[in-house]
Ligand binder design. Structure first.
Ligand code: EPZ
Length: 427
Protein backbone atom coordinates (compact mmCIF):
# COMPACT_ATOMS: atom_id res chain seq x y z
CA UNK A 1 0.00 0.00 0.00
CA UNK A 2 1.40 3.39 -0.94
CA UNK A 3 0.35 6.95 -0.35
CA UNK A 4 1.09 10.45 -1.57
CA UNK A 5 2.06 12.95 1.11
CA UNK A 6 1.01 16.35 -0.22
CA UNK A 7 2.13 19.68 1.22
CA UNK A 8 -0.57 22.31 0.88
CA UNK A 9 -0.40 25.87 -0.35
CA UNK A 10 1.25 25.01 -3.69
CA UNK A 11 0.94 27.20 -6.81
CA UNK A 12 1.52 24.98 -9.85
CA UNK A 13 3.56 26.55 -12.67
CA UNK A 14 5.38 25.20 -15.72
CA UNK A 15 4.72 22.56 -18.37
CA UNK A 16 3.37 19.02 -18.37
CA UNK A 17 3.13 16.56 -21.28
CA UNK A 18 0.02 14.51 -22.01
CA UNK A 19 0.43 10.97 -23.37
CA UNK A 20 -2.06 8.66 -25.11
CA UNK A 21 -5.60 8.27 -23.79
CA UNK A 22 -6.29 5.36 -21.43
CA UNK A 23 -9.92 5.18 -22.53
CA UNK A 24 -8.89 4.89 -26.15
CA UNK A 25 -5.77 2.70 -26.04
CA UNK A 26 -7.45 -0.09 -24.06
CA UNK A 27 -10.08 -0.45 -26.83
CA UNK A 28 -7.44 -0.16 -29.59
CA UNK A 29 -5.59 -3.05 -27.93
CA UNK A 30 -8.82 -5.10 -27.84
CA UNK A 31 -9.56 -4.20 -31.48
CA UNK A 32 -6.21 -5.66 -32.57
CA UNK A 33 -7.82 -9.10 -31.92
CA UNK A 34 -9.90 -8.58 -35.06
CA UNK A 35 -6.98 -9.33 -37.40
CA UNK A 36 -4.32 -12.05 -37.46
CA UNK A 37 -0.77 -10.61 -37.42
CA UNK A 38 1.06 -7.72 -35.76
CA UNK A 39 -0.57 -4.36 -35.09
CA UNK A 40 1.48 -1.49 -33.69
CA UNK A 41 0.02 1.14 -31.39
CA UNK A 42 2.05 4.24 -30.51
CA UNK A 43 1.73 6.95 -27.79
CA UNK A 44 0.73 4.11 -25.43
CA UNK A 45 0.78 5.42 -21.82
CA UNK A 46 2.79 3.57 -19.16
CA UNK A 47 -0.16 2.94 -16.84
CA UNK A 48 -1.41 -0.04 -14.85
CA UNK A 49 -4.50 -0.57 -17.03
CA UNK A 50 -2.34 -1.04 -20.13
CA UNK A 51 -0.34 -3.68 -18.29
CA UNK A 52 -3.57 -5.49 -17.31
CA UNK A 53 -4.91 -5.39 -20.91
CA UNK A 54 -1.54 -6.66 -22.15
CA UNK A 55 -1.80 -9.58 -19.73
CA UNK A 56 -5.36 -10.29 -20.88
CA UNK A 57 -4.25 -10.38 -24.54
CA UNK A 58 -1.35 -12.69 -23.67
CA UNK A 59 -3.81 -15.08 -22.02
CA UNK A 60 -5.73 -15.06 -25.30
CA UNK A 61 -2.60 -16.28 -27.06
CA UNK A 62 -1.21 -12.94 -28.29
CA UNK A 63 2.33 -11.65 -27.86
CA UNK A 64 2.50 -8.08 -26.57
CA UNK A 65 5.85 -6.27 -26.75
CA UNK A 66 6.50 -2.72 -25.57
CA UNK A 67 9.13 -0.68 -27.39
CA UNK A 68 9.33 2.79 -25.85
CA UNK A 69 5.88 4.37 -26.26
CA UNK A 70 4.90 1.77 -28.85
CA UNK A 71 3.26 -1.61 -28.27
CA UNK A 72 3.33 -4.40 -30.86
CA UNK A 73 0.48 -6.90 -30.53
CA UNK A 74 0.80 -10.15 -32.51
CA UNK A 75 -2.52 -11.98 -32.77
CA UNK A 76 -2.53 -15.71 -33.71
CA UNK A 77 -4.75 -17.30 -36.35
CA UNK A 78 -6.97 -18.72 -33.59
CA UNK A 79 -6.88 -16.57 -30.42
CA UNK A 80 -8.41 -17.89 -27.20
CA UNK A 81 -11.91 -16.64 -26.31
CA UNK A 82 -11.99 -16.62 -22.51
CA UNK A 83 -11.33 -13.51 -20.39
CA UNK A 84 -10.76 -14.64 -16.81
CA UNK A 85 -12.36 -13.14 -13.71
CA UNK A 86 -9.06 -12.42 -11.99
CA UNK A 87 -8.17 -9.92 -14.74
CA UNK A 88 -11.65 -8.58 -15.50
CA UNK A 89 -12.33 -7.78 -11.84
CA UNK A 90 -9.18 -5.61 -11.81
CA UNK A 91 -10.23 -3.64 -14.88
CA UNK A 92 -13.81 -3.24 -16.19
CA UNK A 93 -12.50 -2.21 -19.59
CA UNK A 94 -11.63 -5.88 -20.15
CA UNK A 95 -15.24 -6.17 -21.35
CA UNK A 96 -14.00 -4.54 -24.60
CA UNK A 97 -12.72 -7.92 -25.82
CA UNK A 98 -16.32 -9.23 -25.97
CA UNK A 99 -17.24 -7.76 -29.38
CA UNK A 100 -13.91 -8.58 -31.12
CA UNK A 101 -13.88 -12.18 -29.83
CA UNK A 102 -17.45 -12.94 -30.93
CA UNK A 103 -16.72 -11.39 -34.34
CA UNK A 104 -13.35 -13.12 -34.79
CA UNK A 105 -13.80 -16.46 -32.98
CA UNK A 106 -17.59 -16.92 -33.16
CA UNK A 107 -17.69 -17.11 -29.36
CA UNK A 108 -16.55 -15.27 -26.25
CA UNK A 109 -16.58 -16.12 -22.55
CA UNK A 110 -15.95 -12.97 -20.51
CA UNK A 111 -16.24 -12.63 -16.74
CA UNK A 112 -18.89 -10.18 -15.60
CA UNK A 113 -17.00 -7.17 -14.26
CA UNK A 114 -19.67 -6.20 -11.70
CA UNK A 115 -20.11 -2.68 -10.38
CA UNK A 116 -17.45 -0.36 -8.86
CA UNK A 117 -17.08 2.77 -6.75
CA UNK A 118 -18.90 4.98 -9.25
CA UNK A 119 -21.95 2.94 -10.16
CA UNK A 120 -23.73 -0.33 -10.98
CA UNK A 121 -22.27 -0.28 -14.52
CA UNK A 122 -24.84 -2.40 -16.40
CA UNK A 123 -24.09 -4.35 -19.60
CA UNK A 124 -27.66 -4.63 -20.87
CA UNK A 125 -26.95 -2.48 -23.95
CA UNK A 126 -23.90 -4.57 -24.90
CA UNK A 127 -25.99 -7.75 -24.59
CA UNK A 128 -29.07 -6.36 -26.38
CA UNK A 129 -26.92 -5.06 -29.25
CA UNK A 130 -25.05 -8.35 -29.73
CA UNK A 131 -28.36 -10.20 -29.67
CA UNK A 132 -29.65 -7.86 -32.42
CA UNK A 133 -26.56 -8.85 -34.44
CA UNK A 134 -27.60 -12.49 -34.15
CA UNK A 135 -25.52 -13.70 -31.19
CA UNK A 136 -26.93 -15.87 -28.42
CA UNK A 137 -25.82 -14.30 -25.14
CA UNK A 138 -26.31 -15.86 -21.74
CA UNK A 139 -24.88 -15.27 -18.33
CA UNK A 140 -23.69 -18.31 -16.38
CA UNK A 141 -21.53 -18.74 -13.26
CA UNK A 142 -20.45 -15.11 -13.36
CA UNK A 143 -19.52 -15.20 -17.04
CA UNK A 144 -21.11 -13.84 -20.19
CA UNK A 145 -21.19 -16.48 -22.95
CA UNK A 146 -21.80 -15.05 -26.41
CA UNK A 147 -21.93 -17.22 -29.54
CA UNK A 148 -22.55 -16.61 -33.25
CA UNK A 149 -21.04 -18.63 -36.14
CA UNK A 150 -21.09 -15.24 -37.98
CA UNK A 151 -22.79 -12.03 -36.86
CA UNK A 152 -25.34 -10.42 -39.17
CA UNK A 153 -25.66 -6.67 -39.65
CA UNK A 154 -28.75 -5.02 -38.10
CA UNK A 155 -30.04 -1.67 -36.84
CA UNK A 156 -29.24 -1.14 -33.17
CA UNK A 157 -30.57 1.65 -30.96
CA UNK A 158 -28.84 2.52 -27.65
CA UNK A 159 -31.05 3.70 -24.75
CA UNK A 160 -28.14 5.87 -23.59
CA UNK A 161 -25.01 6.87 -25.61
CA UNK A 162 -22.90 4.32 -23.73
CA UNK A 163 -19.18 4.48 -24.62
CA UNK A 164 -18.56 0.81 -23.88
CA UNK A 165 -21.63 -0.50 -25.72
CA UNK A 166 -20.89 1.66 -28.78
CA UNK A 167 -17.31 0.35 -28.89
CA UNK A 168 -18.23 -3.32 -28.43
CA UNK A 169 -20.95 -3.20 -31.08
CA UNK A 170 -18.70 -1.31 -33.47
CA UNK A 171 -15.96 -3.94 -33.08
CA UNK A 172 -18.52 -6.76 -33.44
CA UNK A 173 -20.17 -5.35 -36.58
CA UNK A 174 -17.02 -4.68 -38.68
CA UNK A 175 -16.80 -8.43 -39.51
CA UNK A 176 -20.58 -9.08 -39.61
CA UNK A 177 -22.45 -10.02 -42.77
CA UNK A 178 -24.14 -6.89 -44.16
CA UNK A 179 -24.80 -3.43 -42.79
CA UNK A 180 -25.18 -2.32 -39.17
CA UNK A 181 -26.40 1.05 -37.94
CA UNK A 182 -25.79 2.07 -34.34
CA UNK A 183 -28.18 4.87 -33.37
CA UNK A 184 -27.75 7.13 -30.32
CA UNK A 185 -24.11 6.05 -30.37
CA UNK A 186 -21.54 7.67 -28.07
CA UNK A 187 -19.47 10.43 -29.72
CA UNK A 188 -16.46 10.59 -27.41
CA UNK A 189 -13.08 11.31 -29.12
CA UNK A 190 -12.04 7.81 -28.03
CA UNK A 191 -14.73 6.38 -30.36
CA UNK A 192 -13.44 8.48 -33.26
CA UNK A 193 -9.94 7.20 -32.49
CA UNK A 194 -11.17 3.59 -32.49
CA UNK A 195 -12.90 4.15 -35.85
CA UNK A 196 -9.60 5.51 -37.22
CA UNK A 197 -7.77 2.33 -36.22
CA UNK A 198 -10.55 0.01 -37.50
CA UNK A 199 -10.56 1.82 -40.84
CA UNK A 200 -6.78 1.44 -41.06
CA UNK A 201 -7.44 -2.31 -40.58
CA UNK A 202 -9.83 -2.23 -43.57
CA UNK A 203 -13.18 -1.66 -41.84
CA UNK A 204 -15.92 0.31 -43.59
CA UNK A 205 -17.45 2.80 -41.17
CA UNK A 206 -19.55 5.90 -41.89
CA UNK A 207 -20.93 8.64 -39.62
CA UNK A 208 -17.75 8.76 -37.53
CA UNK A 209 -18.08 11.34 -34.74
CA UNK A 210 -21.87 11.47 -35.09
CA UNK A 211 -24.57 9.69 -33.06
CA UNK A 212 -25.35 7.38 -35.99
CA UNK A 213 -22.59 4.97 -37.01
CA UNK A 214 -22.99 2.99 -40.24
CA UNK A 215 -20.87 -0.15 -40.65
CA UNK A 216 -20.60 -2.29 -43.79
CA UNK A 217 -19.22 -5.65 -42.62
CA UNK A 218 -16.20 -7.13 -44.45
CA UNK A 219 -14.85 -10.72 -44.74
CA UNK A 220 -11.53 -10.00 -43.03
CA UNK A 221 -9.35 -7.24 -41.58
CA UNK A 222 -5.58 -6.86 -41.53
CA UNK A 223 -3.21 -5.57 -38.83
CA UNK A 224 -2.36 -1.87 -38.85
CA UNK A 225 -0.41 0.90 -37.09
CA UNK A 226 -2.13 3.68 -35.14
CA UNK A 227 -1.13 6.60 -32.89
CA UNK A 228 -3.34 6.93 -29.77
CA UNK A 229 -4.98 10.33 -29.36
CA UNK A 230 -3.90 12.45 -26.35
CA UNK A 231 -5.70 11.84 -23.06
CA UNK A 232 -8.28 14.63 -22.64
CA UNK A 233 -9.10 13.59 -19.06
CA UNK A 234 -5.45 13.82 -18.02
CA UNK A 235 -5.18 17.16 -19.86
CA UNK A 236 -8.35 18.35 -18.10
CA UNK A 237 -6.95 17.25 -14.73
CA UNK A 238 -3.92 19.55 -15.19
CA UNK A 239 -6.19 22.40 -16.30
CA UNK A 240 -8.21 21.99 -13.09
CA UNK A 241 -4.98 21.77 -11.03
CA UNK A 242 -3.70 25.05 -12.46
CA UNK A 243 -7.01 26.78 -11.67
CA UNK A 244 -7.37 25.37 -8.15
CA UNK A 245 -3.82 26.35 -7.15
CA UNK A 246 -4.02 29.80 -8.81
CA UNK A 247 -1.18 28.61 -11.09
CA UNK A 248 0.04 28.87 -14.66
CA UNK A 249 0.43 25.58 -16.55
CA UNK A 250 1.03 24.69 -20.21
CA UNK A 251 -0.45 21.28 -21.12
CA UNK A 252 1.72 20.07 -24.02
CA UNK A 253 -0.12 17.69 -26.33
CA UNK A 254 -3.53 18.51 -24.79
CA UNK A 255 -6.32 19.14 -27.32
CA UNK A 256 -8.46 22.11 -26.25
CA UNK A 257 -11.08 21.17 -28.88
CA UNK A 258 -11.75 17.90 -26.99
CA UNK A 259 -12.36 19.84 -23.76
CA UNK A 260 -14.44 22.78 -24.93
CA UNK A 261 -17.11 22.62 -22.22
CA UNK A 262 -14.65 21.88 -19.39
CA UNK A 263 -12.25 24.68 -20.37
CA UNK A 264 -15.27 26.99 -20.81
CA UNK A 265 -16.20 26.24 -17.19
CA UNK A 266 -12.69 27.17 -16.07
CA UNK A 267 -12.97 30.46 -17.95
CA UNK A 268 -16.26 31.07 -16.11
CA UNK A 269 -14.31 30.47 -12.89
CA UNK A 270 -11.93 33.23 -13.96
CA UNK A 271 -9.07 31.28 -15.57
CA UNK A 272 -7.35 32.43 -18.77
CA UNK A 273 -7.16 29.60 -21.31
CA UNK A 274 -4.92 29.89 -24.39
CA UNK A 275 -5.11 27.16 -27.02
CA UNK A 276 -2.26 26.52 -29.48
CA UNK A 277 -1.44 23.81 -32.06
CA UNK A 278 0.79 21.94 -29.59
CA UNK A 279 -1.33 22.24 -26.49
CA UNK A 280 -3.09 24.78 -24.26
CA UNK A 281 -2.23 26.99 -21.32
CA UNK A 282 -4.30 27.70 -18.19
CA UNK A 283 -3.51 30.61 -15.86
CA UNK A 284 -5.47 31.66 -12.77
CA UNK A 285 -4.79 34.90 -10.97
CA UNK A 286 -6.62 35.03 -7.65
CA UNK A 287 -9.36 32.87 -6.20
CA UNK A 288 -11.57 30.97 -8.67
CA UNK A 289 -15.32 31.69 -8.78
CA UNK A 290 -17.80 28.88 -8.09
CA UNK A 291 -19.30 27.37 -11.26
CA UNK A 292 -22.31 25.08 -11.76
CA UNK A 293 -21.66 21.88 -13.73
CA UNK A 294 -23.86 19.22 -15.35
CA UNK A 295 -22.12 16.04 -16.49
CA UNK A 296 -23.25 14.62 -19.84
CA UNK A 297 -22.01 12.32 -22.60
CA UNK A 298 -19.62 13.98 -25.06
CA UNK A 299 -19.54 16.81 -26.06
CA UNK A 300 -21.00 17.63 -22.61
CA UNK A 301 -18.95 18.08 -19.43
CA UNK A 302 -17.09 14.77 -18.85
CA UNK A 303 -18.12 12.84 -15.76
CA UNK A 304 -14.43 11.88 -15.31
CA UNK A 305 -13.58 15.51 -14.51
CA UNK A 306 -16.49 15.89 -12.10
CA UNK A 307 -14.47 15.06 -8.92
CA UNK A 308 -11.81 17.66 -9.87
CA UNK A 309 -14.53 20.25 -10.54
CA UNK A 310 -16.05 19.50 -7.14
CA UNK A 311 -12.65 19.96 -5.47
CA UNK A 312 -12.24 23.26 -7.35
CA UNK A 313 -15.66 24.49 -6.22
CA UNK A 314 -14.78 23.47 -2.64
CA UNK A 315 -12.15 26.27 -2.59
CA UNK A 316 -13.95 28.69 -4.92
CA UNK A 317 -15.70 31.94 -4.10
CA UNK A 318 -19.43 31.20 -3.89
CA UNK A 319 -21.78 28.21 -4.06
CA UNK A 320 -22.12 25.78 -6.96
CA UNK A 321 -24.47 22.99 -7.98
CA UNK A 322 -23.02 19.86 -9.56
CA UNK A 323 -25.38 17.47 -11.37
CA UNK A 324 -24.08 13.98 -12.16
CA UNK A 325 -26.06 12.40 -15.02
CA UNK A 326 -23.77 9.57 -16.10
CA UNK A 327 -22.85 7.53 -12.99
CA UNK A 328 -25.46 7.35 -10.26
CA UNK A 329 -22.98 6.67 -7.43
CA UNK A 330 -20.14 9.08 -8.25
CA UNK A 331 -20.45 10.73 -4.83
CA UNK A 332 -18.26 8.25 -2.85
CA UNK A 333 -15.55 10.86 -3.13
CA UNK A 334 -17.58 13.45 -1.20
CA UNK A 335 -16.90 11.84 2.21
CA UNK A 336 -13.19 12.07 1.61
CA UNK A 337 -13.38 15.69 0.43
CA UNK A 338 -15.46 16.53 3.50
CA UNK A 339 -12.62 15.15 5.61
CA UNK A 340 -10.51 17.97 4.15
CA UNK A 341 -13.09 20.44 5.43
CA UNK A 342 -15.15 20.87 2.26
CA UNK A 343 -18.83 21.85 2.59
CA UNK A 344 -20.71 19.51 0.21
CA UNK A 345 -24.33 18.28 0.46
CA UNK A 346 -25.67 15.67 -1.93
CA UNK A 347 -29.22 14.74 -2.84
CA UNK A 348 -29.80 12.24 -5.63
CA UNK A 349 -28.02 13.45 -8.79
CA UNK A 350 -27.21 16.85 -7.26
CA UNK A 351 -24.48 18.16 -4.99
CA UNK A 352 -24.34 21.66 -3.52
CA UNK A 353 -20.80 22.88 -2.84
CA UNK A 354 -20.22 25.97 -0.66
CA UNK A 355 -16.71 27.24 -1.36
CA UNK A 356 -14.26 27.75 1.52
CA UNK A 357 -11.22 30.04 1.56
CA UNK A 358 -9.03 27.09 2.60
CA UNK A 359 -9.32 23.31 3.11
CA UNK A 360 -7.29 21.62 5.85
CA UNK A 361 -4.97 18.64 5.24
CA UNK A 362 -5.96 15.15 6.53
CA UNK A 363 -5.50 11.43 5.68
CA UNK A 364 -7.94 10.44 2.91
CA UNK A 365 -8.46 7.41 0.65
CA UNK A 366 -8.77 7.16 -3.13
CA UNK A 367 -11.75 5.00 -4.18
CA UNK A 368 -11.16 5.28 -7.92
CA UNK A 369 -8.81 6.83 -10.49
CA UNK A 370 -10.41 10.27 -10.79
CA UNK A 371 -11.31 10.63 -7.12
CA UNK A 372 -7.67 9.86 -6.30
CA UNK A 373 -6.33 12.56 -8.61
CA UNK A 374 -8.91 15.07 -7.29
CA UNK A 375 -7.88 14.39 -3.69
CA UNK A 376 -4.23 15.14 -4.53
CA UNK A 377 -5.34 18.43 -6.13
CA UNK A 378 -7.46 19.26 -3.07
CA UNK A 379 -4.43 18.53 -0.89
CA UNK A 380 -2.36 21.01 -2.92
CA UNK A 381 -4.99 23.69 -2.21
CA UNK A 382 -5.32 22.81 1.48
CA UNK A 383 -3.50 24.04 4.55
CA UNK A 384 -1.04 21.58 6.11
CA UNK A 385 -0.35 18.03 4.93
CA UNK A 386 -2.73 15.65 3.16
CA UNK A 387 -2.07 11.92 2.84
CA UNK A 388 -3.81 10.25 -0.08
CA UNK A 389 -3.97 6.47 0.38
CA UNK A 390 -4.66 3.62 -2.11
CA UNK A 391 -2.87 5.52 -4.86
CA UNK A 392 -2.71 2.38 -7.02
CA UNK A 393 -5.98 3.75 -8.38
CA UNK A 394 -4.12 6.80 -9.68
CA UNK A 395 -1.45 4.61 -11.29
CA UNK A 396 -4.20 2.97 -13.31
CA UNK A 397 -4.84 6.13 -15.31
CA UNK A 398 -2.03 8.68 -14.88
CA UNK A 399 1.46 8.13 -16.30
CA UNK A 400 4.21 9.80 -14.20
CA UNK A 401 1.74 11.67 -11.99
CA UNK A 402 4.29 12.37 -9.25
CA UNK A 403 7.02 13.47 -11.70
CA UNK A 404 4.61 15.93 -13.34
CA UNK A 405 3.58 17.37 -9.96
CA UNK A 406 7.23 17.87 -9.03
CA UNK A 407 7.93 19.48 -12.43
CA UNK A 408 5.16 21.97 -11.65
CA UNK A 409 6.70 22.86 -8.30
CA UNK A 410 4.50 20.82 -5.97
CA UNK A 411 5.90 19.41 -2.72
CA UNK A 412 4.64 15.83 -2.88
CA UNK A 413 6.28 12.52 -2.05
CA UNK A 414 5.25 8.92 -2.54
CA UNK A 415 5.87 6.43 0.25
CA UNK A 416 4.87 3.07 1.64
CA UNK A 417 2.16 3.15 4.27
CA UNK A 418 3.69 2.17 7.64
CA UNK A 419 2.47 -1.03 9.36
CA UNK A 420 0.06 0.91 11.55
CA UNK A 421 -1.82 1.36 8.29
CA UNK A 422 -4.57 3.77 7.32
CA UNK A 423 -7.35 3.32 9.91
CA UNK A 424 -5.16 4.28 12.91
CA UNK A 425 -4.15 7.46 11.07
CA UNK A 426 -7.80 8.46 10.61
CA UNK A 427 -8.50 8.31 14.33
C1 EPZ B 1 -16.23 4.68 -20.17
O1 EPZ B 1 -16.86 3.77 -19.27
C2 EPZ B 1 -14.93 5.12 -19.48
N1 EPZ B 1 -14.12 3.96 -19.20
C3 EPZ B 1 -15.25 5.83 -18.17
O2 EPZ B 1 -14.03 6.33 -17.61
C4 EPZ B 1 -16.14 7.02 -18.45
O3 EPZ B 1 -16.53 7.60 -17.23
C5 EPZ B 1 -17.41 6.55 -19.20
O4 EPZ B 1 -17.05 5.85 -20.40
C6 EPZ B 1 -18.29 7.71 -19.59
O5 EPZ B 1 -17.61 8.64 -20.32
C7 EPZ B 1 -13.37 3.45 -20.20
O6 EPZ B 1 -13.40 3.87 -21.35
C8 EPZ B 1 -12.48 2.31 -19.84
P1 EPZ B 1 -20.68 3.93 -20.39
P2 EPZ B 1 -18.09 2.85 -19.75
O7 EPZ B 1 -20.96 2.60 -20.98
O8 EPZ B 1 -17.88 2.48 -21.16
C9 EPZ B 1 -24.76 2.83 -18.07
C10 EPZ B 1 -12.28 6.53 -16.01
O9 EPZ B 1 -12.17 7.07 -14.90
N2 EPZ B 1 -24.82 1.62 -18.91
O10 EPZ B 1 -20.72 5.11 -21.27
O11 EPZ B 1 -18.28 1.79 -18.75
C11 EPZ B 1 -23.61 2.80 -17.07
O12 EPZ B 1 -23.92 2.09 -15.92
C12 EPZ B 1 -13.57 5.75 -16.38
O13 EPZ B 1 -11.42 6.58 -16.88
C13 EPZ B 1 -25.88 0.76 -18.75
O14 EPZ B 1 -26.75 0.96 -17.91
O15 EPZ B 1 -19.28 3.91 -19.63
C14 EPZ B 1 -23.38 4.28 -16.82
O16 EPZ B 1 -24.25 4.73 -15.84
C15 EPZ B 1 -14.57 5.76 -15.27
N3 EPZ B 1 -25.93 -0.35 -19.53
C16 EPZ B 1 -23.72 4.90 -18.17
O17 EPZ B 1 -24.49 3.96 -18.90
C17 EPZ B 1 -24.97 -0.64 -20.47
O18 EPZ B 1 -25.05 -1.67 -21.15
C18 EPZ B 1 -22.49 5.26 -19.02
O19 EPZ B 1 -21.68 4.13 -19.14
C19 EPZ B 1 -23.89 0.26 -20.62
C20 EPZ B 1 -23.84 1.39 -19.82
Amino acid sequence: MERFVVAGGARLAGEVRVTGAKNSVLKLMAASLLAEGTSRLTAVPEILDVAIMSELLRRLGCTVVRDGDAVDITVPERPGHEADYDLVRRMRASIAVLGPLVARCGEAKVALPGGDAIGSRGLDMHIAGLTRLGATVQSEHGYLLARAPRLTGASVWLDFPSVGATENLLMASVLAKGRTTIDNAAREPDIVDLCGFLRAMGAQIGGVGTSTLEVEGVEALWPAEHRTLPDRIVAGTWAMAATMTRGDVFVRGGRAEHLEVALGKLEQAGAVVTASPDGFGVRMDGRPRAVDVVTLPYPGFPTDLQPMMMALNAVADGTAMITENVFEARWMFVNELTRLGADVRTDGHHAVVRGRERLSGAPVRAHDIRAGAALVLAGLAAEGTTEVHDIAHIDRGYEGFLASLLDLGADVRREDVPEDGFEQRRR
